[in-house]
Design a protein around this ligand. Structure first.
Ligand code: T4K
Length: 407
């Protein structure tokens, strides 16, 4: 418990946690099952190129997504590139700026031009009215993002895309297992891309997948992800190598098996953060509709109310060994790689306030309570802490760096 400012680690007190508490600590699943599956792959001497574990993983993911097809890939970034090419996107593609940089990078890397749109500050999701206002003759597609596993305008964007004759792809990196109106969220739009990165709800060490009901799109993407081949010596497409390995599929299958217990932990942590931080002026934890996998727990802090900004809070937490992330700041349109993009006031305001909080199976109820106790303490002493951090006295009273290196 922190009772006085001197109890805070930035002022020389003992850190609240002896081991770092991370955002994105991987969920591991049943190790024995993983090793069994790896042994079997080694015994078969079939390690990649559409082996039995990848095929099984694809079947399981398609069932979860509620789609006819799943093409498993080595990560979501390549899956987005392949999806965009297979869907015929060639020029400008409208997407949110408030997302992980992989969303615009994936498309820029293959010569497409991201056109960034603003968000609804309440949900952090792309604003469909702004999307429509950005459509020009140069637009060749819309890339929605189901950020934090939430549904990105599933009742508006598909109709809008259809009216303008544009393909609608969803970056569903965060939305594995997420549902909307009782149906899997991945069934919305022409196709969706999942991430199975180590930090994700379901992980395959690294991995991604394209899911769709479109037979032709699935067949094209499948060819493109394996050098553009449709058979031995048949290369109708330009392609790349985005195949998932058997080792990744083994981890992915074990992780799918563990989904029920992961979601229970995620939801408990989500509810605990909400209850512990409820009523704290200037602080809000994003509220999700039902059906969210709760892999990301995101809070906002309003410095005009609390007197303490996101970066100071993050620094204080870091010295307590609570390694939060400023997901996603700055907005992609403010990054050097996209300099020259139009300003997006709502994205810019939100990206200054957000903080991703530690959760997942490595984070217990007691951990969450202790993290929230520190947040409450910092907010209660917001102006004082901000003043001391700004005028450098914190650095003088503590030998610890304000933001320790993450590993
Ligand atoms: N679209 C969206 C909306 C995305 O969020 C992402 C990825 C993508 C597309 C692309 O998906 P992939 O191509 O990756 O499949 C991390 C992940 O690397 C990235 O996959 C994820 N989004 C993004 C939100 O987070 P970084 O640069 O923040 O990673 P890093 O290494 O700083 O780790 C994040 C946190 O996880 C830290 O707190 C440490 C912890 N961690 C990480 C790893 C890898 C662990 O505790 N153990 C680990 O093994 O991007």
């Amino acid at each position: 418990m922190k009772h006085t400012l001197g109890d805070l680690a930035i002022y020389g007190g003992p850190p609240a946690f002896t081991e770092p508490l991370y955002v994105g600590r991987p969920n591991i699943g049943d190790r024995k099952h993983l090793f069994d599956r790896l042994e079997q792959a080694l015994d078969r001497r079939w390690l990649t190129n559409q082996g039995p574990l990848v095929r099984e993983f694809e079947e399981r993911v398609a069932a979860l997504a509620g789609t006819r097809h799943c093409v498993a890939m080595c990560n979501a970034t390549l899956a987005l590139q392949i999806a965009a090419r297979a869907m015929g996107m060639t020029g400008e593609v409208i997407m949110p700026s408030f997302t992980f940089v992989a969303t615009p990078h994936a498309l820029s890397w293959i010569g497409l031009t991201p056109v960034f749109c603003d968000i609804d500050p309440e949900t952090h999701l792309m604003d469909p009215a702004h999307v429509e206002s950005l459509i020009t003759p140069a637009t060749t597609g819309i890339l929605g993002v189901h950020l934090w596993g939430q549904p990105c305008s599933p009742d508006v964007l598909p109709g809008l895309a259809r009216r303008h004759g544009l393909p609608l792809l969803y970056d569903a990196a965060h939305a594995v297992g997420s549902r909307w109106n009782g149906r899997p969220l991945a069934t919305v739009g022409d196709a969706a891309v999942f991430s199975f990165h180590a930090t994700k709800f379901v992980n395959a060490f690294e991995g991604g997948a394209l899911v769709t009901d479109d037979d032709e799109l699935a067949a094209t993407a499948r060819a493109m992800h394996s050098f553009g081949q449709t058979g031995e010596d048949q290369i109708p497409y330009l392609g790349t190598n985005a195949k998932m390995s058997e080792a990744s599929a083994a981890m992915g299958l074990v992780s799918l098996d563990a989904m029920p217990e992961i979601v229970v932990r995620n939801v408990l942590n989500y509810e605990r953060y909400h209850s512990e931080l409820a009523g704290l002026p200037g602080v809000r934890v994003l509220l999700y509709e039902g059906g969210n996998n709760c892999q990301y727990i995101v809070m906002e802090i309003d410095e005009t109310v609390t007197g303490v900004g996101r970066d100071t809070l993050r620094a204080v937490l870091a010295t307590e060994n609570v390694r939060c992330r400023s997901y996603f700041a700055p907005g992609c349109h403010m990054m050097d790689a996209y300099r020259g993009s139009s300003r997006l006031p709502r994205t810019e305001a939100v990206s200054e306030r957000v903080l991703g909080l530690p959760t997942g199976t490595a984070v217990s109820d007691e951990d969450v309570i202790r993290v929230c106790q520190i947040i409450r303490f910092v907010v209660a002493h917001g102006r004082e802490i901000a003043g001391r951090v700004t005028n450098g006295s914190a650095a003088r009273t503590s030998s610890r760096p304000l933001v320790p290196t993450p590993r």
